[in-house]
Design a protein around this ligand. Structure first.
Ligand SMILES: C[S@@+](CC[C@H](N)C(=O)[O-])C[C@H]1O[C@@H](n2cnc3c(N)ncnc32)[C@H](O)[C@@H]1O
Length: 241
């Protein structure tokens, strides 16, 4: 795997990545994703209480997800990213939190640089899509998860209108049937696919009007009731080892 283009793109982007999330439309999506990760971790924290929960955030970016993970008192937080700039940004913002352990550079397409069975919870949000060997990576995530550990991750859904919009980097996706089969083969259990958004990203990206955004929420709800998670543009998945 040569992921130099991903590394270059995110090294150049650095902290600017967070600016893509500030407009009200993108905040709707971000709030949904942050709640999805936080709620799942909340369940793990309750289940493991009073023990510490060892957490790995894969592809920390500028820390959008990480800040939710480290906000739990009982979490020991570790993060990795292929881009040194992203690692520096997150290190700077999280050092000082009691649960902070380390953030380091690691290209996970070549292997996650931690020992087997280390983590009780792993998040990998908006990362696997850049990696053509994402199935292999899921196998490596399985290796570093502890017994009964929980993984939350996202992948683009090939069965959605949004799949055909082009970003600056090549993207890889799957289908609901496809990901269920991959996870089963790897040994994951309790696979759950959360609702996602069905309307194209661009509509959220360009919309700041609060009333229009409330209408989108209603439309998404109607589409979800009719179709379930099918045709969502992103698949939001939880599963356990
Ligand atoms: C779209 S950003 C998502 C950041 C964060 N997870 C979030 O949702 O806000 C993708 C991040 O994944 C990182 N990434 C992509 N491929 C990676 C790889 N093979 N190993 C480690 N990090 C990777 C990128 O450098 C980038 O910081």
């Amino acid at each position: 795997m040569n992921n130099s283009s991903i590394k270059k793109f995110y090294n150049e982007l650095g902290g600017e990545y967070s600016k893509g999330w500030v407009n009200p439309g993108m905040k709707v999506i971000s709030n949904f994703e942050e709640t999805f990760v936080r709620k799942t971790l909340e369940g793990v924290v309750e289940e493991m209480h009073p023990n510490k929960v060892c957490v790995l955030d894969i592809g920390v970016g500028s820390g959008r997800i990480s800040k939710n993970l480290i906000s739990f008192d009982s979490v020991s937080y570790y993060g990795v990213d292929i881009a040194d700039t992203m690692v520096s940004v997150v290190k700077e913002s999280l050092t000082g939190y009691p649960g902070f352990r380390e953030v380091k550079t690691n290209d996970i397409s070549k292997g996650i640089e931690y020992e087997a069975d280390k983590f009780d919870f792993i998040s990998c949000i908006r990362v696997l899509k850049y990696n053509s060997n994402w199935k292999w990576i899921l196998g490596d995530i399985y290796r570093v998860l502890s017994k009964d550990g929980t993984l939350v991750f996202t992948l683009p859904n090939r069965c959605s209108l949004n799949y055909f919009s082009r970003g600056k980097l090549p993207m890889h996706g799957t289908t609901i049937k496809g990901i269920r089969s991959v996870l089963k083969d790897l040994g994951f259990r309790d696979v759950h696919i959360e609702r996602g958004f069905k309307m194209p990203d661009i509509m959220y990206y360009v919309t700041s009007n609060e009333k229009l955004l409330r209408l989108y929420v209603v439309l998404e709800e109607v589409l979800y009731r009719l179709l379930g998670p099918a045709f969502s543009r992103g698949l939001y998945i939880t599963c356990r080892k």
